[in-house]
Write a protein that binds this ligand. Structure first.
Ligand SMILES: [Zn+2]
Ligand SMILES: [Zn+2]
Length: 135
């Protein structure tokens, strides 16, 4: 994908806006307990990009380091925005539903199903992984 591509997103209240000048790749629906608690939702759909392509264009997100991973969110409205695992310092995960247009970024599967809430029923035919797949 060419570098002129620009994908934008932000939080509910509009205080934080971001842009990705590069490729955003589809990721997984994560059912881990940390994503669940940090979002207040049964699972979180993630996409990802290169850190160098990501730019905050308005506001300053708050950051929380938990379990060795860094999450960012709007300090005003609480929208979860990004996730970074220091093991992969070049990659940045984005919450698909903070993107202005989430439509092009469907999940490619489900991860951390060992944490999944029992009443979440997955009948979408996507791949399922008990933890994080290697690829
Ligand atoms: Zn906000
Ligand atoms: Zn997770």
């Amino acid at each position: 994908m060419e570098n002129s591509t620009k994908i934008t997103g932000g939080c509910l209240c509009g205080a934080v806006r971001y842009a990705v000048r590069g490729e955003v790749q589809i990721g997984y629906n994560c059912h881990c307990a940390d994503c669940r608690r940090s979002s207040g939702a049964p699972f979180v759909n993630w996409a990802f990009c290169k850190v160098e392509h990501f730019e905050i264009v308005q506001g300053t997100p708050a950051r929380i380091e938990y379990a060795g991973r860094v999450r960012s969110f709007c300090s005003n409205c609480g929208t979860p925005l990004t996730f970074q695992n220091p093991q992969y310092p070049d990659d940045l995960d984005l919450t698909v539903c903070s993107l202005d247009d989430p439509e092009p970024f469907p999940p490619k599967g489900h991860i951390w199903l060992e944490d999944k809430i029992s009443w979440v029923n997955l009948e979408d035919g996507l791949s399922r992984h008990q933890v994080m797949p290697n690829s």
